[in-house]
Design a protein around this ligand. Structure first.
Ligand SMILES: *Cc1c(COP(=O)(O)O)cnc(C)c1O
Length: 353
């Protein structure tokens, strides 16, 4: 069997959830949208089920998958309903919905429901992506309240730049949120991962941590005590020596600058390892750091074993995990850890409790 796999450490996931809730205070929805950022939504939700106050996903079908897997906690749909027909299922499965635009209020007003809905009213405090502008918040709240179909309204907003601790934008968003909601009752929820770790003023009734649960710090370089959850691993499946001046791999991007011992690794961009990373990107072989050399291909990549004489066929390779932070690979790829984690595919997933 091909040795490539993604190892998922569920104890690390629980550690990160508890760390987030302790840092924030109050309650925390574990954000498990996009298949738990690529980690497996049902498995991750089950691992957290005894701890988490609730879960958040992007849309109805993601929540139904968790209900079908036996998850009983509250689940919030972060994008809310897309069509009126979804509301009966939302109610039937005890789901909570974000309401972020007028059309969704109209859906609720005109729906015939067996009972009331739990709504999180989203305020646009400056990100300008989704949510009601401050001037429209009280009107939206009143319409929901007057509809007779809503049991509770939590007030929420989302930050554009919470992962930038020295930028004033988040403080401004907090102020705008507080001003827009000052006459309204109900619980508040402001903090995503960056807000939990970096913005105590955003700590209210509910946190919504996502990326930090998976152990990727949204502020790379800080040590907040998070534990990486995914380890993307494989093994050396072949070794060859090339001479100084010889090319390696597609496009001959790498030319040996010394006699080089090349390890061939069963991992490629079809598994979700990013093709764009340059020569020199770190990789761990038997726990020791070395460098990727040559272009990443679909099923394989190549690493430099010249300085690791003990390494050879069968040596364990970590692409990211405990030795190589996924944030480091994201930086090499010009993207963020979120995207890399969501993109892992084809490899078997193994879960450790
Ligand atoms: C995805 C999402 C989160 C989680 O964000 P992280 O940066 O991963 O912590 C929180 N709130 C909303 C509304 C989201 O869409």
């Amino acid at each position: 069997m091909r040795p490539a796999r993604a190892l998922i450490d569920l104890a690390a996931l629980r550690h990160n959830y508890l760390l987030a809730r302790a840092r924030h205070g109050g309650r925390a929805l574990a954000v498990v949208k996009a298949n738990a950022y690529g980690h497996g939504a049902a498995r991750c939700a089950h691992a957290l089920a005894g701890l988490a106050d609730g879960f958040a996903v992007a849309f109805l079908e993601e929540a139904l998958e968790l209900r079908a897997a036996g998850i009983r906690q509250p689940i919030l749909l972060l994008e809310g309903p897309f069509a009126p027909g979804e509301l009966a299922e939302v109610h039937g499965h005890g789901l909570w919905i974000v309401v972020h635009h007028d059309e969704q209020i109209r859906m609720i007003e005109t729906a015939t429901l067996a009972g009331p809905l739990t709504v999180w009213l989203k305020i646009n405090s400056g990100m300008n992506r989704a949510g009601f502008v401050p001037e429209a918040v009280e009107g939206a709240w009143r319409r929901l309240n007057d509809s007779g179909k809503v049991a509770g309204i939590t007030l929420m907003t989302h930050f554009a730049r919470a992962d930038e601790p020295h930028v004033i934008a988040t403080a401004e968003q907090i102020d705008r949120f507080d001003t827009a909601t000052r006459h309204l009752p109900g619980a508040r929820s402001l903090a995503n991962s960056g807000g939990v770790l970096g913005w105590p003023a955003a700590h209210r009734d509910w946190a919504r941590p996502g990326i930090l649960l998976y152990g990727a710090d949204p502020m790379p370089g800080e040590d907040n005590g998070l534990q990486p959850v995914m380890s993307l691993e494989s093994a050396v499946i072949g070794v060859r020596e090339i001479e100084t001046g010889e090319p390696l791999g597609y496009g001959a991007r790498f030319i040996a600058d010394r006699p080089t011992r090349v390890g061939l690794v069963a991992m490629g961009y079809a598994d979700g390892y990013p093709r764009v990373v340059p020569d020199g990107t770190p990789v761990a072989v038997d726990g020791l750091r070395t460098r990727l050399i040559g272009r990443v291909s679909m099923d394989m990549l190549t690493v430099d074993l010249t300085d690791l004489p003990a390494a050879g066929s069968g040596s364990r390779v970590e692409l990211w995990g405990r030795n190589i932070p996924v944030n480091r690979i994201a930086e090499a790829a010009g993207t963020i850890a979120y995207e890399l984690l969501c993109n892992v595919k084809r490899v078997p997933f193994e879960y450790r409790d």
